[in-house]
Unconditional design. Sequence first.
Lengths: 443, 443, 443
Amino acid sequence: MSSGAAWQAAVDRDAVGCAMHHLIAELYPICRSITGHGVRETLRVLAREVPLVVHEVPSGTPVFDWTVPNEWNIRDAYVKDSRGERVIDFQQSNLHVMGYSVPIHRTLSLAELRSHLHTLPEHPDWIPYRTSYYRPEWGFCLSDRQLATLGEDEYEVCIDATLAPGHLTYGEYYLPGATTDEVLISAHVCHPSLGNDNLSGVALAAFLARQLGALPRRYSYRFLFIPGTIGAITWLCAHQHDVANIRHGLVLACVGDAGHVSYKRSRRGDAAIDRAVAHVLKHAGGRHDVEDFAPDGYDERQFCSPGFDLPVGRLSRTPHGRFAEYHTSADDLDFVRPAALADSFALCLAVLSLLEHNATYVNQNPKCEPQLGRRGLYRVMGGYQDQLVEESALLWALNLSDGRHSLLDIAERAGMQFESVRRAAELLAAHELLRQNPNPAVP
Amino acid sequence: MSSGAAWQAAVDRDAVGCAMHHLIAELYPICRSITGHGVRETLRVLAREVPLVVHEVPSGTPVFDWTVPNEWNIRDAYVKDSRGERVIDFQQSNLHVMGYSVPIHRTLSLAELRSHLHTLPEHPDWIPYRTSYYRPEWGFCLSDRQLATLGEDEYEVCIDATLAPGHLTYGEYYLPGATTDEVLISAHVCHPSLGNDNLSGVALAAFLARQLGALPRRYSYRFLFIPGTIGAITWLCAHQHDVANIRHGLVLACVGDAGHVSYKRSRRGDAAIDRAVAHVLKHAGGRHDVEDFAPDGYDERQFCSPGFDLPVGRLSRTPHGRFAEYHTSADDLDFVRPAALADSFALCLAVLSLLEHNATYVNQNPKCEPQLGRRGLYRVMGGYQDQLVEESALLWALNLSDGRHSLLDIAERAGMQFESVRRAAELLAAHELLRQNPNPAVP
Amino acid sequence: MSSGAAWQAAVDRDAVGCAMHHLIAELYPICRSITGHGVRETLRVLAREVPLVVHEVPSGTPVFDWTVPNEWNIRDAYVKDSRGERVIDFQQSNLHVMGYSVPIHRTLSLAELRSHLHTLPEHPDWIPYRTSYYRPEWGFCLSDRQLATLGEDEYEVCIDATLAPGHLTYGEYYLPGATTDEVLISAHVCHPSLGNDNLSGVALAAFLARQLGALPRRYSYRFLFIPGTIGAITWLCAHQHDVANIRHGLVLACVGDAGHVSYKRSRRGDAAIDRAVAHVLKHAGGRHDVEDFAPDGYDERQFCSPGFDLPVGRLSRTPHGRFAEYHTSADDLDFVRPAALADSFALCLAVLSLLEHNATYVNQNPKCEPQLGRRGLYRVMGGYQDQLVEESALLWALNLSDGRHSLLDIAERAGMQFESVRRAAELLAAHELLRQNPNPAVP
């Protein structure tokens, strides 16, 4: 089976979607943050799927303009009323504690307590997700309805956490291919019990890694499971002289909700990854958005900083901040759908297949058309009949294979699916009418 | 009279349209194919209008990836029923025999015969046009209604044809101009009794050749009357080192039906011929289509193959395959209209006039405007009044004649007709305010 | 106060608009033409506002393709009926006499007189404005209603004018800045009692000159108060080797009517002035037009002639010839509005401020984002909240400050106001995160 055929082999979407959702469900209860045991535990589970390497970077390590922070670990946290009942309980939901809260154990009046409580009045049943990584604070998050039940009382507040020198932990998996040219796939692993943001991206990256391992590969693939921002900065700082191999990249975030796909272009705007995703989405036919780069969002901010300017885009369904459930307890296991996960998985595979098989050919018979008929490549009768799509793809591939047009260029100009043009080109190459250009100017 | 004025002189459209239609009617009964006496007879008639040279290329001659085929000639063909009546008769219509049918003389049952019969059920009164150039087959074409009248019987089938080494025949007419820069005009002559496809293109090329002979010419013109595909390949193979002179070109096909004009751009997409046709069509005001190049169609496929990539577009009215009558007996003398032929003729003349007179000038007084008033080129009163179009053309020609902008560039930027800008530039040149740039970067 | 803050300081629009209108009212009665005392008197008044230098160029001086004409001065003019009553009286309106009329003193019948009378039948109460600079003629202009009252009679016609060697007069004011790079501001001063065309432009130039004198300036500014066409040609001829310093320029004409703003691009079409005006207008939010260059109009014709091709656009409200009052007595002091003048003034200041502060910076921390939080430049809490505009501008300025993008480039790509990006960049520069690129490729 050819590489193209192997990549195009059908995927059992139901099975993939369910398996991804199961993995998400297993990871969901873990209390993750940008450092600490939650990330380690998450990577331990992922290592079952993907033979990733776990890296530990000591607190205090300078990374560009930043410093790796102290490690935060939490055992328990609660607010008890004067009767000793836990009115806010970390054991119920790890969102109840503001991430990176400093340890505390005190008794406070309701008024004192209130300035440390965060709610979402517009969604009175949801618990918000809050953090304070770089300012020493403590806080609790709870539903607005829960807050309303708290009366005047003396409250015992306890956050049994440690914030002390340790490590920043991340996972990396390098899957070698035929060349050292790399595709980077990155997902942030620093959010606690939130499904779409970003256990969806973590699961998608893991399943892609497993799938790609079984496929023929021109590219090598590097998968990063890293804490957002500081993790990306830490990784880039350690690998700043190695990133020249990166040809294409995707940040995966919020890829499991029921909304349609949104792709955010790389800073370059016309990188092959940008064109490949747009092409696949356009021919997939459904609703989708392709947006220009902007310097906000997830770790594409770092990969696309001007000193790197890597060809890395971001794939999401409904992007962060545009769904009400974002950074709340409503971004739960129900919010993430197996069908949406499977669709994101299939889209990524199609995009990577395009990049794997994009090539530039040179017509070996460039003056006039070759005689396709005697090679069995042409309609036999010369009269009028419905033109086959395949014939049109053959003609386009022959006409534009002048060494300057990649298969994607040809597909775009012809308004045809990449796959049609690829199959045509491979057929023509098998008949020695095209020859692959080993050193095209464009990948 | 200046060249511009000579080219703009009025054409008697009624007379031209009728004369073209008469020529088509004379050529219509001849049974043409890609080789054989039908093409020779056609060129003999055309030679009355245009002093063309007839070339004969032997069967078996290798031409790029192809070989010049055996010559096919047919004297008679029929299907007779058991009573000896011709139920299908080549003498009635040369479309009844599939082009390049191998000779046959046998008796067959209706069932055996049927697999060699072609009809058009969706147009039961029309005879389809079919060929089998490169696979040895035989066949008859007939109307679906005629087929229905054939009962069980023993049928005598006769195709009295020869398919044997001979020649491929084409006509070429070279009309020299002031320079060796060439305009190529090509029409395919390989179709039997079909009017629009392509006796319309043949007649248009012939009438253009005659008209251009009487006009002052910067360009030399090369007219090709060639069999489709194999004729173009044969000509290109013989002239592959001479085509560098070709500056502009048009394939003429299906130019006589009542539909609006369609122009198909060259592979380059922005060649001068592409811009010139688009400009003339836009300012002509009627409905028209300008389409991007695609590697299907007529001999633009060969002229625009990547090894040549010549600036050759295709002019049609309703393009092949988009009218129901295409490749059927309904593409007859009624389907081709004198008024449409005359309109195509006038359009070609306007396009060629633009290319002939497109030039780049250099303003001899480039700093500030020259004083047009003292040369009688300006409104005399300085106050407000309706600005004349001509004055605006003078100002545009002065402002953009910096040696980089051709008159077509200026007309496009000004949104004015090319003719207005040309007349303005020639007037300014007569006043020595502009001087023609003899060696512009762009033709 | 920083330069940016100084330029952004609020302008009292009411006061500026009224002051400009007062200046216009003072200049309105003066009978100006392309030469003569009217221009001198006008410059004398302007010199009170702006320390301009008055230049006198002798009649007969050759200037490119033109010659400085004789000087025209008029003391009185009238048409008297046989009873000695002035039925047309220059003392009532200087529009009554055709500009540059040759002197005359004769008695004529009504029929003889009529061929020298100009009216506007479509606006029977308005007096048209007419000139005949380069053909020796004389004429009177009057309302159509006034013409109807003239009966058969002997009329004494007197134009007490001189047309004799003298000078062409113009005013120039050079306001030096930190560099010798220049901004050119030009307004024509050759029209008599017409408000919008062009006392509005004259007043706007004068008030800008005064305002700019009080502001920190990177650029030097050159203000021209010149007769239209011949004045621009005369100035350009004298300074043809000095214009290389001109980086940006605006012709100001018809900037006081109640219509919306129209900007006409320079011949280059994408000069910084073109982009700056379009940017300011777009973000100002109101209705406006930005039009491509065309070689008609005011002195942009000369500045943008191909031998100069200066980056000079034209700012107007309703452009010349598109308002009924154009070149008639209805273009009076009522037609020019203080609010419109003030709006044009504010627009010019905003555009000039953009050009003054447009700069290219280089990110000093280009690999990954800098840690804004520890510099107090970031939202303190890491959770979700409304993103501040300022933060977005910081991120854009950091991401695109790679030495290739100017602040205007960044603002355009970000879809943000220039001012937001400028403030962000200056804040980042104050924190040494950006450094200005002293020699950017683009200004």
